[in-house]
Design a binder for this molecule. Sequence first.
Ligand SMILES: O=P(O)(O)O[C@@H]1C[C@H](O)[C@@H](CO)O1
Length: 209
Amino acid sequence: MQLIYQSYSSVKFDTNQILSIVHNYSYDMYKETADWLLERTKIRPKVAIICGSGLGGLAEVLDDKTDFPYSDIPHFPTSTAPGHAGQLVFGRLEDHECVCMKGRFHFYEGYSMHKQGVYGMQSGPAFETIAECEVLHRLGADAIGMSTAPEVVVARHCGLRVFAMSLITNILVRDYDSNEKANEEEVLESTALRTKDLQTFIRNFITKI
Ligand SMILES: O=P(O)(O)O[C@@H]1C[C@H](O)[C@@H](CO)O1
């Protein structure tokens, strides 16, 4: 189960703002990067390979290669580690369309860990108190909901493979001085704003199962 939101505040954010807080990039910036690459290669990779220290040679085995130095790609970070060339290489391997990263980005270079989100479930129907939020946060929760966990537990018990997705609809309040309060209206407003995106996402997802 992956959740994108890992930080809390009493300010309201939309998804673009949340993305930019987590990764310092907005949706538009990611799109600009993707569009730039898509315009310059016909390869549409199903496989992505990250080549670590000195292993950039893996990319050499690709056929019909196109190389892009990281520094040419809009909004792309640069590699600084020894033996990391800093190139994105698109091509074919055994007829599979692939992309190789000749150089990766490490935590010690200032990049985040991209850990999976942790969904903290509380029973509801009342929204959690500030103290409950604080406890769940300290236990490692990134988001809180009142559902999902029971269904996933039962489904896994039955041997089903599960994909769960949570739409983060509101900021959790952890500040006693805040005037903000989680409420159902905000939850429904946020979901209404994202209905189309969710429809598109699930439609695409289903075709790939
Ligand atoms: O079924 P979900 O998890 O979407 O429902 C959440 C929990 C409450 O019923 C409601 C909060 O407004 O949304």
